[in-house]
Design a protein around this ligand. Sequence first.
Ligand SMILES: NC(=O)c1ccc[n+]([C@@H]2O[C@H](COP(=O)([O-])OP(=O)(O)OC[C@H]3O[C@@H](n4cnc5c(N)ncnc54)[C@H](OP(=O)(O)O)[C@@H]3O)[C@@H](O)[C@H]2O)c1
Length: 335
Amino acid sequence: MNKVVLVTGANSGIGLALCERLLSSKDAEGLHLCLACRNMRRAEAARSALLASHSAAQVTLLQMDTSRISSVLSAARELQLRFNRLDYVYLNAGIMPNPQFDLKAFFKGLFSSNVITMLTTGEGILTQKDGVTPDGLQEVFAVNLFGHFMLIRELEPLFCRAGRTSQLIWTSSSNARRSAFSLEDVQHRKGREPYSSSKYASDSLSLAINTHYNKQGLYSSVICPGFVMTNLTYGILPSFPAFLWTLFLPLLWLIRVFINTFTLTPYNGAEALIWLFNQKPEMLDPRAKYHSLTSGLGHCYIQPRQMDVDLDTSEALYDELLQLEREVRRKQITS
Ligand SMILES: NC(=O)c1ccc[n+]([C@@H]2O[C@H](COP(=O)([O-])OP(=O)(O)OC[C@H]3O[C@@H](n4cnc5c(N)ncnc54)[C@H](OP(=O)(O)O)[C@@H]3O)[C@@H](O)[C@H]2O)c1
C-alpha cells in the first residue's frame, strides 16, 4: 500500500540519510517521500542525489522554514493541496547555533567519574547563544520545537485517514535534560542551554501528543541518533575544519568500542528512525526514547531507554504551546 512520508530538515545529515535508507528499504515501492527544507537549492541537490541511485522513486520538495510561522502555515496549506493523507512525519530539522564548547570543563571531565555522561550527553561542556526570530520567538525553540508543533496542528486533517494510523517521529538528543527546561520559561529566554531545553520539550510534547491523539490513531515517538558527524556537530568546533575531524576518525572509532552512542555516520544515526518506520505504533512505549547505537565492530542496533518525562509537565507544556499558538495566530491575522 502506498505511504506518504514527510521529512523536515531532509537536505543533509541524518534527515538525508533517512531518506536514502527509506528508498533503499524493501518497503520503498509506492513510497512518496516529501522533503521539507528551508533552502530550495540544497533541497534540489538532495533530491538529485536521491534520484541518482533511485531513479524511479517519488521524491518531491516543499519549502518550509520552521523558524517562520508564515512559512510553516503556507507549507501546511500546500501539503493539504498535494496529499489526501500523511502516514509518517519525521520532525527532524534542528539547530544548535553559536555553540560554546568549554575546553577546560572538557579536560577536567575526562578525568572525573562523570566522563561517560559528559561524552554521551555533552553535559557541562556545551552552551549556546540563541537569537530571536522575526515572529519574536526564541530561535532554537522555534526551529526545533514550536514550528513543528504548529505544523502538526495544521496537518491534523491529513492524519489517520481511512482508518489508518499516522506516526510522528522526533529526532531528539541525549542532550535533552530536564534541568535545562523550565515551564516558567519554555522558550529558554533566560538560560544558556536552549538546545537541551528544546529537545527536552520535544520529549515531553511527544508524551502529551500520545495522551491527546492516540484514540484518533495518531502516535508520536522520539529517537536519539547518537553522536553523528554532521554540519550540526562540525559547528561545535567551527575552527576545526572538517578534514581534521576525518583525521580524528580512528580515535572516534576507538571511543566507540567503549561508548556505543558514537554512531558517527548519518547512516548509523538514522537506525532508530528506520526501525520506527517498520513498527506498529500501538506497540511502542510512549515514554521510551529509541536510541540508535553502533557496536565497536560497526553493527547498528537500537535500544529503548526511559525518558525523564512525566504527565503533569507534558500537559502543562502542551497548554503553554496551545496558548502561544493562539497568540501567534492572532498576530498573523492582524499583520
Ligand atoms: N548530529 C548529532 O550528533 C545529533 C545528535 C542528537 C540530535 N541531533 C538532531 O538531529 C537532527 C538533524 O541534525 P543533523 O545532525 O543531521 O544536522 P544537519 O546536517 O545540520 O541537519 C539539520 C537539518 O535541519 C535543517 N534546518 C535547520 N534550520 C531549519 C529551519 N529553520 N527550517 C527548516 N529546516 C531547518 C537544516 O537545513 P539547512 O541545510 O538549510 O541548514 C538541515 O537540513 C537535528 O534535530 C539535531 O538536533 C543530531
